[in-house]
Design a protein around this ligand. Structure first.
Ligand code: MG
Length: 274
């Protein structure tokens, strides 16, 4: 694959080809695929999705895990509902993660990614140890599938994520680096964070955001190039660390404005990746 190929995140709805066709119309050749609804995990629907991928010629670089019941409304809600941290959901979601990994394998995709939730700060706590164990299970399953499991950045500081990756101790645990999340969650300068995590980064989200103005609250997402990430510096830093993977655009709105913003982001990235 060409270096720093531009991608976009797409979801799968009723029509398996809709998101893929949208990407193709925009001249985008790679996607990260959100977890499709359950009916796509077997039988005809899965075949239809595979065919849609083949027909569009789009490369799926990553399948991104999503779980029923997750909400990104505010920080306490995210802490309670997102990923694998909350013991109330963990077992069932680890199981689902393994199913998603198998599904990805079936599509020929060698990277699975997730927001696993806020990694606990107390590395001696039972919760931390349980999360390490859960990630080992996921990593080992992905290894058998020939896959990496990528942790999305932003809900904790880069140092904490690095410490956690080392605690898990599996060489197929990697990072999907989202610079905007570092800003939105107020977890640190994204360029410095990229330096800390550089040996693990195999995917990035090209997204932008503004710092929170109230402590304990989230910042807000804005079109690429209009936020506090410093997208020029970000791409420059990616080149410096020798990153050659896809630049996947993420714009977390819907409708026509999303399409416009993705087109603008693509133009900007085409210039910066040169
Ligand atoms: Mg992201």
């Amino acid at each position: 694959m060409e270096k720093m190929v531009i991608g976009v995140i797409v979801s799968v709805g009723e029509d398996p080809a809709e998101g893929l066709n949208k990407a193709r119309t925009l001249g985008i050749k790679t996607v990260q695929l959100g977890t499709p609804p359950p009916q796509y995990f077997s039988g005809e629907r899965k075949e239809a999705l595979k065919q849609a991928i083949e027909k569009t010629g789009i490369v799926v670089t990553t399948v991104f895990c999503g779980f029923i019941g997750e909400s990104y409304r505010d920080i306490p809600t995210i802490q309670r509902t997102v990923g694998l941290v909350n013991p109330a959901f963990r077992e069932e979601r680890v199981k689902r993660t393994l199913e998603i990994a198998d599904f990805a394998k079936d599509l020929g995709v060698d990277k699975v990614a997730a927001h696993i939730g806020f990694i606990p700060e107390d590395t001696g706590s039972p919760l931390y140890k349980e999360l390490v164990e859960a990630l080992r299970k996921v990593a080992d399953h992905c290894r058998n599938n020939g896959q990496s499991f990528c942790l999305e950045t932003g809900q904790e500081k880069a140092e904490a994520l690095l410490r956690f990756i080392k605690a898990v101790g599996r060489d197929n645990i990697r990072v999907n680096f989202d610079p905007a999340n570092m800003v939105l969650y107020g977890t640190g300068n994204p360029i410095e964070a990229l330096d800390i995590l550089k040996d693990y980064v195999v995917g990035v989200h090209c997204k932008d955001g503004k710092w929170p103005t109230v402590r304990g609250q989230l910042g807000w997402e804005v079109p690429l190039g209009q936020g506090d990430v410093g997208i020029e510096r970000f791409i420059k830093k990616l080149k410096e660390i020798g990153y050659e993977g896809p630049l996947t655009i993420e714009r977390e709105i819907t409708g026509e404005q999303q399409v416009k913003d993705v087109m603008e982001a693509k133009k900007l990235l085409e210039r910066l990746r040169m």
